[in-house]
Design a protein around this ligand. Structure first.
Ligand SMILES: [Zn+2]
Ligand SMILES: [Zn+2]
Length: 389
């Protein structure tokens, strides 16, 4: 994604001068004069503990290889490399001021290097700052291929056609029952109702696919997080604080909740949830202590079927699973937000077999949806949806 620096109102206008100041003083690394960008890892802005910002490559170049420390080139404070962190706000400002969205973009077919023959290729990228702001969840409607994304925009739910064209948006930002405060995740029922978990007022909200509010279910959620629907249209919701998985049965036509019940309790910080359309199994991702995630698969009756944690898989401790979905063949796919990868766990019947499906081009993937041979990934790093097949 190339950045251009258009002059708004001319370079000599007060606005143009201010933009130029921002560009030179905030959005470029002051050591190498390269523009900060989320797209290339070495050019990502990093916060030092003193408060100054450098690109990742300059931090590496200036730090002592053994001690893992560097002297800030501006204030001379000694900073630990381990204590640096990604400065997302500068990437967002870069996108906001200087990125002109050209949506949707169809990517050139690129070979993904270094992964197995099962690796997927990126076909398209949708969104970018403005069209999507901090997207957190996606779901794909099986019958039509329509994609529903939740994000931080004025209308919280964005509807995209199968080719990525924005169709409409709904779920206005607000505190009323039919508004959405802070959307965590989104799901769609087989008949096309859209379900959103709202962490703001701790509720599950149901809309028609056109965006009309159907019902808000508050039940007794402490903090609803992940959501999916089963093949009968029942809603499955995790509660990260209560440690539960609940099932809600809704009469969509009358807009009433018929039944609300906890189906699994004693979970540890359950977040992402996915229900398999072919087996009716449900996968829940739990977040245990010390950065270990556990993936648990239950039968349709919520009996424990498989369980695997990142520690048992002896994956590197940097693996951080943040999303889960089943593909059309019943394979379990997970998002690795730390390494920017998508893994397949297979069907788990003879133990998990880890296969990398997507191993680059992702910055901070947080959610995914699958339909047939297509995978849709939410990348919060550059506010996009990336489509692989
Ligand atoms: Zn630099
Ligand atoms: Zn400094």
């Amino acid at each position: 994604m190339a950045h251009s620096y258009p002059s708004r109102g001319g370079l000599q206008s007060p606005e143009g001068v201010l933009l130029r100041e921002i560009q030179v003083n905030l959005l470029e690394c002051k050591v190498c004069f390269e523009k900060f960008t989320a797209q290339h890892s070495e050019r990502r802005p990093q916060n030092l503990s003193c408060g100054h910002v450098l690109c990742l490559e300059c931090i590496r170049a200036l730090s002592h290889p053994l001690l893992g420390r560097l002297e800030c080139p501006f204030c001379r404070q000694l900073c630990s490399v381990d204590a640096t962190s990604h400065c997302q706000a500068l990437c967002d400002l870069q996108e906001m001021l200087f990125f002109i969205p050209a949506c949707p973009r169809v990517d050139k077919e690129e070979e993904v290097a270094g992964v197995s023959a099962k690796a997927l290729h990126r076909r398209a990228t949708f969104g970018g700052w403005g069209d999507l702001i901090n997207p957190s969840g996606v779901t794909v409607m099986r019958s039509s291929g329509t994609m529903f994304v939740v994000h931080d925009g004025v209308e919280r739910v964005v509807v995209l056609g199968p080719q990525g064209k924005k169709q409409h948006a709904f779920g206005p930002r607000g505190h009323a029952s039919e508004d959405v405060c802070f959307a965590m995740d989104v799901a769609v029922t087989p008949c096309g109702h859209v379900v959103v978990t709202d962490a703001g007022d701790k509720a599950v909200k149901v809309f028609t696919s056109r965006g009309s509010h159907v019902v808000t279910i508050k039940a007794c959620f402490a903090l609803p997080w992940g959501v999916d629907t089963d093949r009968r249209g029942h809603i499955l919701v995790t509660d990260v604080q209560a440690g539960t998985l609940s099932r809600l049965k809704v009469h969509y036509k009358h807009g009433v909740a018929l039944e609300e019940g906890v189906v699994v309790s004693n979970l540890q910080h359950p977040k992402a949830v996915s229900c398999c359309a072919c087996t009716a199994n449900t996968a829940v991702m739990q977040h245990l202590a010390q950065d270990t995630q556990q993936l648990t698969v239950f039968t349709e009756d919520f009996h424990l079927l498989y369980q695997v944690d990142t520690f048992a898989l002896q994956l590197m401790s940097s693996v951080k699973m943040s999303g889960v979905t089943f593909d059309t063949n019943g394979h379990l796919l997970v998002v690795d937000s730390q390494q920017g990868m998508i893994w397949s766990f297979g069907t788990m019947q003879s133990g998990p077999v880890l296969t990398p499906l997507v191993s680059d081009q992702l910055i901070r993937p947080v959610g995914l949806g699958a339909l047939n041979n297509t995978l849709v990934v939410v990348d919060a790093g550059d506010h996009t949806l990336k489509v692989y097949s």
